[in-house]
Design a protein around this ligand. Structure first.
Ligand SMILES: C[S@@+](CC[C@H](N)C(=O)[O-])C[C@H]1O[C@@H](n2cnc3c(N)ncnc32)[C@H](O)[C@@H]1O
Length: 388
């Protein structure tokens, strides 16, 4: 049987030699492959471009696994997964929860694996990674010996691939919830029901970085299950965690009890309204944390998103006492770091405060950035001090 194959345009091939891992459908000339096959990709003149996952549905038709002439078999995936683990052994410390595999950032496009203590959570977000799911589960079981592996395959990205949204146990046993230690803080996680795969692991390093500066009265907006505030609470006088989700705040309250924190309180509400209300009431804080959901899910949503970011940052800065700290994040890939910095600058000018950037941060290092795939970078996190 001949190897599944695809032929791409010169423009598509150039994208891959330029370091990106995706070729869009408009640059595919022809394909002889079943959905999810690994295909041998050549240019029209026959030159090898590499081997990639083929999708017959998504606009991202090809996701490259290698640019070399090598077989993509089980041994190939074993090596890639071992390499991902090797990086984590250097950059992950003091935590039982981290991202084991970050898709394109680990040259394993569309495969996400997170570790929560004894359990792994997997997402296969394209036809290609879905087709090899059983292999991945076997390799993960061999290399990491988890008690259980859960698939959290409900992201909408799967619909673009014609794949169903599903949550199921693929190996061993997985409880409804588990408790993990992260940076010395204990966190309860709903494995099947929580946002993302259970926690925002991409912010793990930012929690402890921010906690170094946070004292006094802390307002944690868009708090989810409270991770920023829980890290800050031991050195703070009081933390108030605000989120629109009652379920997330229930977990936040349980987390506060788990860590014996009596100065941690929650408030259910729309953070835009709460910030406005506190501002109008003249309330002041020593620290404000802003970690909203991605306001710009696409490039076209950017200008509305920019207004949203500007508004919360403006109010956040207004609520700060002199010497106070703003920890402000954006997880919109479409809003670049320079654009985010510019709107923070505008907000500071509008409020009339002098601020200095104490730290400019990104996602945790277990979410490695492939420089030539801009989609792998998304978190911006500025830690800012209000001077005057
Ligand atoms: C990026 S997550 C926050 C993650 C959290 N800081 C952490 O590190 O675990 C965004 C959160 O904002 C909440 N949210 C979305 N819209 C909101 C709104 N208008 N007001 C308050 N919370 C909102 C979501 O429920 C979600 O928990």
């Amino acid at each position: 049987m001949s190897e599944p194959s695809a032929v791409v345009t010169a423009r598509g091939a150039e994208r891959i030699s330029g370091g990106h891992l995706w070729i869009y459908r408009s640059d595919v000339r022809s394909a002889k492959a079943a959905p999810g096959d690994v295909v041998r990709v050549t240019e029209e003149r026959g030159r090898l471009v590499g081997r990639a996952f083929w999708s017959d549905k998504s606009q991202i038709a090809l996701r490259f696994l290698t640019r070399e002439d090598e077989p993509v078999d089980r041994a190939f995936f074993e090596r890639r997964i071992r390499a991902a683990a090797d990086l984590r052994s250097k950059v992950v410390e003091n935590t039982e929860a981290w991202r084991v595999i970050y898709g394109e950032g680990d040259l394993l496009p569309s495969l996400i694996v997170d570790r929560y203590g004894d359990y792994l959570v997997i997402q296969t977000l394209s036809q290609g990674s879905e087709k090899r799911k059983a292999d991945f589960v076997e390799i993960l079981a061999e290399q990491f010996a988890p008690r259980g592996i859960l698939e959290r395959n409900e992201p909408k990205a799967r619909l673009l691939e014609g794949l169903p949204q599903t949550i199921s146990v693929l190996h061993g046993e997985v409880p409804e919830e588990t408790i993990v230690q992260m940076n010395g803080v204990r966190l309860r996680l709903e494995l099947r029901g929580g946002q993302k795969t259970g926690a925002f692991l991409d912010q793990r390093e930012n929690y402890s970085a921010a906690a170094r500066y946070l004292r006094g009265e802390v307002l944690d907006c868009f708090a989810y299950s409270g991770a920023f505030g829980l890290h800050a609470a031991p050195a703070a006088q009081k933390v108030e965690a605000v989120d629109i989700s009652g379920a997330a705040l229930k977990t936040a309250r349980q987390n506060a009890e788990l860590n014996r924190l009596q100065n941690f309180h929650v408030r259910e509400g729309n953070a835009f309204d709460v910030l406005k209300e506190y501002d109008q009431a003249g309330r002041r804080f020593d620290a404000v944390i802003l970690d909203p959901p991605a306001f710009a899910k696409s490039r076209s949503a950017l200008s509305a998103a920019r207004r949203g970011y500007k508004e919360i940052n403006l109010r956040g800065l207004k609520l700060l006492r002199r010497g106070g700290m703003l920890v402000t994040c954006s997880c919109s890939h479409h809003l670049g770091e320079a654009q985010f910095a510019e709107l923070l600058w505008e907000a500071a000018v509008d409020v009339g405060v002098l601020v200095r950037v104490v730290e400019r941060r990104s996602q945790s290092r277990d979410h490695p950035i492939l420089l030539t795939v801009p989609e792998t970078i998304y978190i911006k996190c500025f830690i800012i001090e209000r001077l005057e």
